[in-house]
Design a protein around this ligand. Structure first.
Ligand code: PHE
Length: 358
């Protein structure tokens, strides 16, 4: 009996140690310790033994059972680890492989121009502010001195949401000017920010898309006047179009939130089907601007007798069209890979004033 047990242990130990994987090991376990397994059968045999026999065989068989169970558990851990190692090797990805050109991606001209514009204004000490695309009437119109029910609210071709229970309607902001209000309500002068972002108007043709991009500028400091506005914008044009001299003109205009208000045009040449900035006999409208209206300052808790400021807003997509010779604005948002391959910029070169904008 004892020799039987010893022989069985030798056999089972060998079987466990040579089991090549977890499935083979499980088969060994069932054959030994399962309901009809060899060790289980031995245990069952204890019942038919004399007390003397049992006293010898009992501890021997139980000892075998315990040792075998431990051995199987240890082997199982080794096999599981080996299986994981094998899987990790099989699923390995070599991240040092160079990317295929198709995968490199490129920067959209609109994002490129945002970066360029921000680099120029950062150099003049402007911080970047942000506001939500979905605005309320107060920030988009009322605080900006649009009178209630004034037709100017309709002139903006506003996308309104459905009325809420209180009768108010949220809207997609029609310009980045609400960020002026948000900034003045949350910061104290001196303020010097630009606010880039998406804007929306119900309009679509070669030079208009329902979603477009603007960048707003706002400066609130003591003693700020139109001369500062002109200086900043002229310097911006020179830096952005990367030409020594850009001739600009300011035309009187009306915005409810600025007084006086102006639109700025740049001199350009439209002969030959292309637009060239800086020379020629034509003018191209680039932006709206003006001195912040006292009512706007008051609505934002700023005393117009102490602080003055200027603001401007320009279309980023237009600037991109002009600078990079893009003929149709709608193509910009058509998500055509061929278009972005042609007009896109390499993502690894950040525009900056030291090494060049574009
Ligand atoms: N918000 C105006 C527009 O979208 C532009 C503007 C901004 C004009 C700031 C004056 C001052 O047309």
């Amino acid at each position: 009996m004892t020799t039987n047990i010893a022989t069985l242990e030798t056999e089972l130990t060998a079987a466990v140690e040579t089991a090549a994987d977890e499935a083979a090991l499980e088969a060994v376990r069932v054959a030994a310790l399962g309901k009809k397994g060899s060790v289980s059968e031995l245990l069952k045999g204890l019942g038919g033994m004399s007390p003397e026999e049992r006293q010898l065989a009992g501890p021997a068989i139980n000892g075998l059972k315990v040792r075998l169970t431990d051995l199987i558990a240890a082997r199982k851990a080794v096999l599981a680890e080996a299986a994981l190692d094998a899987r990790l090797m099989a699923e390995r990805v070599d991240v040092t492989l160079p990317a295929r050109p198709r995968l490199k991606g490129s920067v959209h001209p609109v994002m490129q121009v945002f970066e360029e514009v921000q680099a120029i204004f950062a150099d003049m000490g402007f911080a970047v502010a942000e506001g939500p695309d979905i605005e309320d009437d107060f920030h988009n119109f009322t605080a900006l001195n649009f009178p209630e029910k004034h037709p100017a609210r309709d002139m903006h071709d506003t996308f309104f949401f459905n009325e809420k229970e209180d009768g108010s309607r949220m809207l997609l902001r029609t310009h980045t000017s609400p960020v002026q209000v948000r900034t003045m309500l949350s910061q104290k002068p001196p303020i010097r920010i630009t606010a880039p972002g998406r804007t929306f108007r119900c309009d679509s043709d070669q030079t208009h898309t329902p979603m477009f991009h603007q960048i707003e500028g706002l400066v609130i400091e003591e003693g700020i006047h139109m001369g500062h506005l002109k200086g900043v914008l002229m310097e911006f044009m020179r830096a952005f179009f990367e030409v020594d001299d850009v001739e600009v003109r300011f035309r009187p205009h009306h915005f409810p939130f600025t007084e006086p208000s102006a639109e700025m045009d740049v001199r350009c040449d439209r002969s030959g089907g292309q637009i060239r900035i800086g020379t020629g006999s034509s003018w191209l409208e680039i932006l709206g601007c003006g001195m912040v209206h006292p009512n706007v300052l008051r609505a934002c808790g700023i005393d117009p007798d102490v602080h003055q400021g200027f603001a401007f807003g320009m279309g980023i997509d237009r600037l991109a069209m002009l600078k990079y010779g893009i003929p149709d604005l709608r193509d910009m948002f058509a998500a055509d890979v061929r278009w972005i391959d042609h007009y896109g910029f390499t993502p690894t070169v950040q525009p900056n004033l030291a090494t060049g904008l574009s």
